[in-house]
Design a binder for this molecule. Structure first.
Ligand code: ZN
Length: 361
């Protein structure tokens, strides 16, 4: 008996050791959780760049391997810990975001841009059973929409969804739900006429009412029906949306559609664009709100709540709040237990709690 127990014990240790490296960034708290086994320092800095959206510059020839495991370390402490005797500067800037520079003796030595490196995260399998409040990790597939129309075609170099998703995860922490994203893949718009109609929504003279009336139907024609809708969460990045739409959840498609650039406008008939504020990275609460819809939550009228109806929001343009009520957490977790987003007909809202663990018989 004892022998078997010890075998089981070592088996558990082995599978834990095989767990993937992870770097989790909490943008509001500005802290990291890291669990990394023997990774090249430059590669790890590339991962940090991908997760945080920071600009990272190093002195050429940077060497070193890192093995770290910690939780809740402030950004500066985490860097001190990783970089050991190397010097660094970590400066938040209003334009261009935070910049990390790593060097041996002189700041001016940090001239080489580190390339973004994305870790592949796997969602942990959802073990059935009663909801005991455990962490639920949900898999998200990210797509960049491709089209010959400028208003639709997302530039895959422009948008890194990960820092945004880090903000989403921070907001969903109170429900102990985490979204983990794959590397983005291109997606082709599905219907040429619908693409043309969508591009037409930006023409001068198209009223807000017309956009509101037409947009949904056009989008449903333009976006493909993914075979795994209802089973996996999808975020589709589009170049822009008319009338400064922040993002939208399309239940029938099981996807959140998210513009790369807000307030973009067509300034002349030859297709010349003027980009408004690229507020993308400020929109994690908007994406978190849409993920709430994907987790079956309807709008509420409570100020400060994540799911507040945009029309009822005070201080327009500020975006939704960040609070979730206990009832919302229960409903969202019920949906999360299905492993996929709310898609009417395919993956409906569960009305009952997750089934309890099988009785001991
Ligand atoms: Zn909404």
């Amino acid at each position: 008996m004892r022998f078997w127990m010890s075998l089981i014990g070592s088996g558990l240790l082995l599978s834990e050791a095989a767990a993937a490296d992870s770097v989790v960034w909490h943008p509001k708290a500005r802290t990291f959780d890291m669990n990394v086994r023997a990774m090249g320092l430059e590669q790890l800095l590339g991962v940090i760049k991908a997760e945080t959206g920071w600009e990272v510059l190093v002195e050429p020839g940077l060497k070193g391997r890192v093995e770290v495991k910690f939780r809740n370390k402030s950004a500066a402490d985490a860097m001190r810990f990783l970089l050991g005797d190397k010097r660094f500067s970590l400066v938040p800037r209003t334009k261009g975001g935070t910049r990390l520079m790593v060097y041996e003796s002189n700041l001016r030595g940090a001239t080489q841009k580190v390339a973004s490196e994305m870790l592949a995260y796997e969602a942990e399998p959802l073990a059935p059973g009663a909801d005991d409040g455990r962490l639920l990790t949900l898999k998200v597939k990210v797509h960049h929409l491709k089209s010959s129309f400028a208003s639709i075609n997302a530039d895959s170099k422009l948008t890194n969804i990960r820092p945004l998703l880090a903000g989403v995860n921070e907001l969903w922490q109170s429900a102990n739900i985490r979204f983990v994203a794959d590397r983005p893949v291109p997606m082709r718009a599905a219907d040429r006429d619908a693409e043309k109609a969508f591009a037409g929504l930006f023409k001068p003279g198209v009223s807000a009412t017309a956009v509101a009336q037409l947009q949904s139907r056009i989008l449903h024609k333009m976006l493909p029906d993914l075979p795994d809708r209802g089973k996996v969460f999808h975020i589709v990045v589009i170049y822009t949306m008319p009338r400064a739409y922040g993002a939208v959840y399309l239940p029938a498609k099981g996807m959140v559609l998210m513009p790369q650039v807000k307030f973009a406008a067509l300034v002349d008939a030859d297709g010349v664009w003027k980009d408004g504020s690229p507020v993308f990275f400020a929109q994690s609460n908007i994406l978190a709100h849409e993920m709430g819809h994907s987790l079956s939550l309807p709008h509420v009228a409570t100020q400060g709540n994540l799911m507040i109806d945009g029309k009822l929001r005070e201080g327009g343009g500020v975006g939704p709040g960040n609070k979730l009520a206990a009832k919302q957490i229960i409903a969202a977790r019920r949906q999360a237990f299905t492993g996929g987003p709310y898609v009417p007909g395919l993956n409906p809202r569960p009305t009952k709690p997750a089934p309890p663990k099988s009785p001991e018989d």
